[in-house]
Design a protein around this ligand. Structure first.
Ligand SMILES: Nc1ncnc2c1ncn2[C@@H]1O[C@H](COP(=O)(O)OP(=O)(O)OP(=O)(O)O)[C@@H](O)[C@H]1O
Ligand SMILES: [Mg+2]
Length: 492
């Protein structure tokens, strides 16, 4: 995790830098926006920019957006300066961190930006077999496609591969292809030359070049637009990229990893994913089994997360009761390890007494009142007014696989179920057009997911791309569309 601090943070720069360093971030500092833009363009890279509100925050955000640089920016300023906070958030900052810096808030922001975790915790023999294969292929330079349902640990495994590779002392760079809009992704991957488009004021180095010598993870590759896939194919085949607007190809030495939670072969059959690219990326396939197929891991991971969230929240570490463990082991875990992690995070905060009892285990699908109201404050929310919406990730509905691989009897998420019940009840839908009902279903599901496009697309069983296109059309028709959730706005 690379943090770039811009400005002096009201004299608190060394305190903030130290907190971030202690959390494992690599910290760099620049005095002003011009210096920051230069660093961001030149591929020195940052995963997060933290800027003093005394600096021209809006100018930086405008310049970044003009030059298609997608790194999340958080603003820091005095606690009681609500005008500065509002201005920074309006300009596009993801969060406002009050000064003097608070270690927990900074840790929470860093954690939200990257869920960096390279240790893969496992015990089950089925995971043992996957890790054995991973150990075997890690040292080679062969491309690896990591597949598995949402939340099974694909990104964790990708970092593990990098750390076990010959490139472990070099950069691990990750690009979430689903989170970055189509028109920005090409620049993000390949960079651009000065003048390549209006706003391209200087050369910008893309993620391929930034990862030079190291590993590049193309996360959620199935979501990449088919036209960009053609350019990616060339980069993968030739290990050579063309910056947007560039005339000279640039050689890159990278190890490529890709992940997908969708059935890529099906996407190939349906013409949405290039077959030649699929074969290039899939030299090795590591398939992560769903959590429900590795029962021995449930208890181990549950204990791990209980400890992790006790530490993170400054509460005493407590063991899970036998009954609580039995309940965890009997659950279906459609959201896999992420769902288990969120369940334990809630449990740590809800438990009272000497152990985490079964009452503190609230499983997805069991809530009866709206999600947003019931969720306890799971993650320190750094922003005061105007705060970001509650983090969807902390109480997300289970993610669904594509229909053909969905579990036999999935519980339907509450909002998505509503129209179906309505139709059974009394034919309320008769007389409405398919487009109209579809629009309502999409908007309701998105609200249910607190604006999180990724989760909503999973529930709806459509690609994020399709969802985005539909939302764009609705907006153009003047329909009010819930704003993106935190996870969508930041490239986390
Ligand atoms: N074996 C594991 N050990 C420890 N933590 C894990 C493990 N597997 C997953 N996690 C944790 O679960 C969460 C989800 O993991 P990750 O992001 O790697 O899943 P994913 O398969 O990439 O999900 P998605 O398809 O939604 O992107 C993360 O917080 C990660 O740290
Ligand atoms: Mg992932």
């Amino acid at each position: 995790m690379r943090l770039l601090i811009v400005g002096t943070l009201g004299g608190h720069i060394s305190a903030a830098g130290q907190i971030a360093l202690n959390k494992g971030a690599k910290v760099s500092h620049l005095d002003n926006v011009e210096g920051a833009m230069h660093a961001l363009r030149s591929g020195q890279g940052a995963d997060l920019v933290m800027i003093d509100v005394a600096q021209p925050v809006a100018k930086l955000l405008r310049a970044m957006s003009q030059e298609r640089i997608n790194t999340p920016v958080v603003a820091c300023g005095l606690e009681n300066d609500s005008d500065a906070a509002v201005a920074a958030i309006k300009a596009g900052a993801k969060e406002y961190i009050p000064l003097p810096p608070n270690a927990e808030l900074i840790a929470a922001v860093l954690a939200a930006v990257t869920e960096e975790q390279s240790s893969v915790i496992f015990q089950d023999p089925i995971m043992g077999a996957v890790l054995k294969l991973a150990d075997q292929i890690a040292p080679s330079d062969a491309s690896v496609l990591i597949t598995g349902e949402s939340g099974t640990g694909k990104e964790v495994l990708a970092r593990y591969l990098h750390e076990k590779s010959k490139r472990s002392d070099k950069q691990f760079v990750s690009v979430n292809c689903a989170a970055i809009p189509d028109n920005l992704l090409e620049s993000e991957l390949f960079g651009h030359e000065k003048g390549a488009f209006t706003g391209a004021l200087a050369r910008r180095i893309g993620k391929f070049e930034e990862a030079n010598g190291g590993t590049l993870l193309l996360d959620e590759i199935s979501e990449m637009d088919i036209r960009l896939q053609a350019k990616l194919l060339r980069a993968v085949q030739e290990r050579e990229i063309d910056r947007v607007g560039g005339s000279q190809p640039v050689k890159v030495d990278i190890r490529l990893l890709a992940t997908s939670n969708r059935d890529l072969e099906r996407h190939v059959r349906e013409g949405n994913f290039r077959e030649d690219l699929y074969f290039r990326l899939n030299v090795f396939n590591l398939q992560l089994p769903p959590l429900r197929q590795r029962p021995a891991d449930i208890k181990l991971l549950a204990n791990h997360f209980a400890k992790k969230y006790a530490e993170a929240n400054g509460v005493a570490e407590r063991p899970l009761s036998d009954e609580a463990i039995a309940r965890l082991q009997g659950h279906h875990w459609r959201g896999n390890v992420r769902e288990l992690e969120n369940t334990l995070h809630r449990a740590v905060l809800l438990a009272s007494g000497d152990e985490i009892g079964v009452d503190a285990i609230i499983l997805t699908g069991e809530q009866t009142t709206p999600v947003a109201q019931e969720a306890p404050p799971l993650r320190a929310t750094p922003a005061p007014q105007p705060a970001a919406p509650p983090t969807p990730d902390t109480f997300q509905p289970a993610s669904f696989d594509e229909p053909e691989t969905a579990p036999a009897a999935p519980a339907t998420p509450p909002t998505a179920a509503a129209p179906a019940q309505e139709s059974k009840a009394g034919g309320d839908l008769v007389g409405r057009t398919v487009a109209d009902v579809e629009q309502q279903l999409i908007i309701n599901t998105l609200s249910h997911c607190l604006g999180n496009r990724t989760h909503a697309a999973n529930i709806l069983g459509i690609s994020i791309r399709t969802l985005r296109n539909k939302l764009k059309a609705y907006s153009e028709d003047g329909v009010s569309v819930p704003p993106p959730g935190e996870a969508d706005r930041a490239t986390v």
